[in-house]
Design a protein around this ligand. Structure first.
Ligand SMILES: [Zn+2]
Length: 101
């Protein structure tokens, strides 16, 4: 009775669709919907980064379960961010030579 579990070919659609549309979330620091999550499933880690140049928040989560999706990572990040148990860096103004204002 253990057989038959692996042959679920019909499930494929989901992964392909998700890659194309990167989810955006609200950044806890600047409050804009500029937070993106990228998951490295090979390594089992995820990077959360804010695309607002004035903010530049960036954090890495390790030991990400394979079933996690972007929104799960985001929720977990918020938890850790709130309790201060995750290392967050701000890369604003660090790279590039452009100076505004
Ligand atoms: Zn931000």
């Amino acid at each position: 009775m253990l057989m038959g579990r692996r042959s679920r070919k019909r499930y494929k659609k989901v992964g392909a669709a998700l890659r194309r549309a990167p989810s955006r979330f609200q950044c806890p620091t600047c409050g804009l919907m500029t937070l993106t999550v990228s998951i490295d499933r090979d390594v089992g880690s995820a990077v959360v980064s804010c695309s607002n140049q004035k903010c530049g928040l960036r954090a890495t989560l390790a030991n990400v379960p394979k079933i996690y999706q972007e929104v799960d990572i985001y929720a977990k990040f918020l938890d850790k961010f709130t309790e201060g148990s995750i290392e967050v860096v701000y890369s604003r103004g660090v790279e590039g030579d452009e100076v505004e204002g």
